[in-house]
Design a protein around this ligand. Structure first.
Ligand SMILES: [Zn+2]
Ligand SMILES: [Zn+2]
Length: 391
């Protein structure tokens, strides 16, 4: 087992400086010219074979060992969020309305650090490491865009690894659950059409507001009456728009919302229930419903075998780290598409430090993490990759 600690100790200040530079200059979605440029330049400096503009603004760096072996995909996301930063630190965002509030500046820094550390071991490496820096994770579309552009070909990955900094847990914690750890997510819209009329003469109209209201109430029975008692799912109506006058019954009402579950079959069941209820209830009340459902994200599923390997590697290189295996969240992540293509693992690295006030949740305008997690997470990820390709 390689000891990466001399490298992390020597380089951690430079990595933290890089993270702060990325933090000062957040970019959104697929528009990441500065960030992708920094990533491509650094990967080239390390001697990796670099491809840019994969999935619009994604960057791929291939580190080829001198011996034959498997290809390990290491994924990091680069995009920030449309949030006005409220932190008063000298590395706060310099772009109004944009902020690295999810820690993707940390992920980009950590993956570059892993590329740097592993590139020193090329002569002992049996296999290849494909570093994938993706755009638009927050839109749920970056991974799919890179896959459509061929990121999973030439070479085809045998394994996929990734991490997320995690401010729900303190530094020194790693969360790594077997099977479905993060949810599948879909969004839906329901357009209820009735017949408009005078608010004083409801018998001459067919009221879409009353129909839509009954739909919202009836949708609550999907999780309580359509799902098995041991299956979990969420149906949330998050938008209800209808009418713009006190004495006019409008002709239409529009609902939108999200569905979540840990299995594709359960997401399908939620979608079917939603469609049946919306159309049936609207029809019973003299209206009609048009239902549109889009699945945004598939569930994120970790391989128990890869997890077992990672747990034993982490326990060897950082025996003090607390490993948590019993965990699931209804949040979704498009790392799920890489893990659907190749077995692998996605783990959360605790990044909070409550004593220093660094424990605001992800997507909060005062989100920030303890930067001591950068060398730690880089060591964990580098050690995990090395366990597959470096003897
Ligand atoms: Zn996020
Ligand atoms: Zn994130």
């Amino acid at each position: 087992m390689i000891d990466f600690e001399p490298q992390t100790a020597a380089r951690k200040d430079a990595w933290i400086a890089r993270r702060r530079d990325l933090h000062r200059h957040p970019e959104l979605g697929f528009e990441l010219p500065r960030t992708a440029g920094i990533v491509a330049t650094e990967l080239a400096r390390l001697g990796l074979e670099v491809q840019t503009r994969i999935g619009q603004s994604g960057v791929v760096g291939l580190l080829a060992g001198e011996l034959d072996g498997p290809t390990i995909l290491v994924r990091a996301d680069m995009d920030a969020l449309p949030i006005q930063e409220e932190n008063e630190v000298d590395y706060a965002s310099q772009t109004p309305g944009k902020m690295h509030a999810c820690g993707h500046d940390g992920h980009t820094t950590i993956a570059l650090a892993v590329a740097e550390m592993l590139s020193a071991y090329r002569s002992r490496m049996a296999g290849r490491v494909k570093f994938v820096f993706q755009p638009a994770e927050e839109l749920g579309r970056g991974a799919a865009a890179m896959i459509a552009d061929g990121v999973l070909r030439d070479p085809v990955p045998d394994l996929a690894l990734g991490l997320h900094l995690w401010n729900d847990s303190p530094v020194g914690t790693v969360v790594l659950a077997d099977g479905a750890m993060m949810a599948a997510a879909g969004d839906f819209s329901i357009r209820v059409t009735g017949q408009g009329g005078h608010g004083a003469l409801p018998h001459q109209a067919r009221d879409p507001i009353v129909a839509a209201s009954n739909i919202v109430v009836a949708l609550q029975t999907i999780t309580s009456r359509n799902l098995g008692p041991f299956d979990v799912g969420v149906v949330s109506v998050t938008e209800f728009k209808a009418g713009d006058s006190f004495n006019v019954i409008p002709a239409t009402a529009n609902l939108r919302g999200t569905i979540r579950a840990f299995q594709n079959e359960v997401i399908d069941l939620l979608g079917q229930g939603l469609r049946k209820i919306a159309e049936g209830v609207a029809g019973a009340l003299g209206c009609s419903a048009e239902v549109q459902i889009d699945q945004l994200m598939i569930p994120l599923v970790n391989s128990p075998e890869v997890n077992a390997r990672l747990r034993s590697v982490f326990a060897q290189v950082q025996p003090g780290v607390k490993l948590i295996s019993d965990f699931r969240t209804m949040a979704a992540e498009d790392m799920s598409y890489f893990l659907d293509a190749a077995p692998g693992a996605f783990f959360f690295v605790g990044s909070a430090n409550p004593e220093r006030g660094l424990d605001n949740p992800h997507h909060h305008p005062r989100f920030d993490f303890d930067e001591s997690v950068i060398p730690l997470a880089a060591e964990l990820l580098a050690s995990a990759v090395a366990s597959y390709v470096i003897q």
